[in-house]
Write a protein that binds this ligand. Sequence first.
Ligand code: IVH
Length: 669
Amino acid sequence: MDRSEAKPRIERLRKEIEEHDHRYYVLNQPVISDFEYDLLLNELDALEKKFPEFIDQNSPTRRVGSDLIEEFRQSEHKYPMLSLSNSYNENELKDFHNKVVKAAGREAEYVCELKFDGASISLTYRNGILVRALTRGDGTKGDDVTQNVRTIRSIPLRINSGRIPDEFIMRGEILMPRAVFNKLNEERIKSEITPFANPRNAAAGTLKLLDPQTVASRKLDCIFYFLLSDDLPHDNHYDNLMEAARWGFRIPDSIRLCRTFNEVIQYIKFWESERRNLPFDIDGVVIKANSLYLQEELGFTAKSPRWAIAYKYKAEQVSTRLLSVSFQVGRTGTVTPVANLEPVFLAGSTVKRATLHNADQIALLDLHINDMVYVEKGGEIIPKIVGVDHSSRNENSKEIVFISSCPECGTPLLRNEGEANHFCPNYLHCPPQIKGRIIHFISRKAMDIDGLGEETVDLLYSRNLISNFADLYDLRKEQLIPLERLGEKSADNIIRSIKKSVETPYHRVLFALGIRHVGETVAKTIAHTFRSVDDLINADTEKLTGIREIGPKIASSIVSFFADEDNIQLINRLKAVGIRLSEEAETVTKSNILDGKTIVISGVFQKHSRDEYKYLIEKNGGKISSSISRSTSFILAGENMGPSKKEKAEEYGIALMNETDFLKLIGEE
Ligand code: IVH
């Protein structure tokens, strides 16, 4: 490649990598594998080395990416959090080994560890007490997620034993075990919330939640691999980690001291297959020079230490034949194409089906029936087709025709502008949608009606005993007893738990209604702001989007749900049987002190949570906005307001009010 070709290629690569960084670090929705990402980065790095005149301080090769978001206070890392350089084959690893041996002047000792695939965390302990937990952020400063981290049980909050340095930092990886991830995603899929792509994103996403209670419920785990201090107990990495294990940190048993390169290779091979038996994902192993003197000798590049390297495993892939495509209709009418595959064994289980997401995905893959396809299992529940072997296409191959009408009820399918999915608009009469809504309504996190499962709902529906969730409350025992599989006792149980469900709290009833995009957390948020379903029915898109966490997609889904007269009738029937459709009566009354005021909440607060402030603002007639504009009346400012918000406030000359003054203003203090 000559100079004139290199320049546009470099620019293109930078742009592409930046887009992937944004998807990975900010949106938690990567679209390419780490391997593909590294290929891009390596190409860019090589071009920049060959044509140094194009080097730019802002190039993605000069930084480690960022996961900073505004709501958390940020702090500097005492020691920068670097990343590891990657290797994908024995030769690349051998190069690393040769450099280490050269620096050591003899064979060196290595520590081999698993490369845990989660979110990295840096914990500071002073006098044995956990004082701060920071995410990696941009490597120099990270988000302070101490509150959330405190909820993770494998993290010691206080060290009680051993002689510890006055201050030290423990680094490790926050992980979501696969079992927890699968369960969480199943629930999200049921509630039609976008599932997390893999346990890493789920762990990173959870760590950044603003509600530590939800964090606690997600059962995160933490494993440690690095002790840092100005006063370390030992002169080598291995002994330092073993010491930390004695202080109470979870140091993995898989860690090994290797004395030869061959032992390192054995370690890599062993874990390549054994990793399937671990409760969480790893994406490779990490090889570190053990001696701290040698580490110092080897030093760092701008991005990573020269004394360590990651060896990354390729995601397991197999090829198999695509036999047919079926189409499934979900609770909200979304039609999902599913690939039926010639059964094939992959990463511990037989795969027969793979998700195809939507029509765009099929077109993107240029997929035909009878094609040989590559199937990959990441952390996802359902395997995915990652590529097609177009050279294997033969005369039996057939184009996939995306259905134009619903496979369940025959209604012509629709696709909204800007949305990837086709859906069946026959909301009222399409059987899987009707049954799906009822099943969602009775589920544990919604109305929690025991004794009624999917099969019984199917049965009741097929006998015309129910055709919506409100019908459940009209069921009588005599109607249930004659049904097959149900005796008097189960009939009793069902009726009893239906009756009991009228006590379900308001926010769970909101969740049970099955409004598209309204999951458990959103339902809680809405219940906090709109204290009765009638308030919610009267809310318009603007009022809804004034609540943080509620974007235009959720807002328009809520508005159109309540615009449907059938839904209003269902709600009236629920009201009539005594279901809680408002928050318990409150002693405090509303005021209109904040009438006409648009308020932005920013920073961290001491006296109330953000949600409580939101509630207080709206209770006093104010409106909440998530972004600062010229029409913002004032900013309710906590500690450590994000710098960009501060700048904007100054630019527009908008006043900041602290929480004490605010509480005085509304007469709560
Ligand atoms: S050591 C200076 N050890 O991989 C080197 N990192 O790409 C510090 N990781 O940000 C990292 N398992 O989140 C180290 N056994 C392990 C690891 C590990 C996973 C992650 C970590 C880091 C990233 C580097």
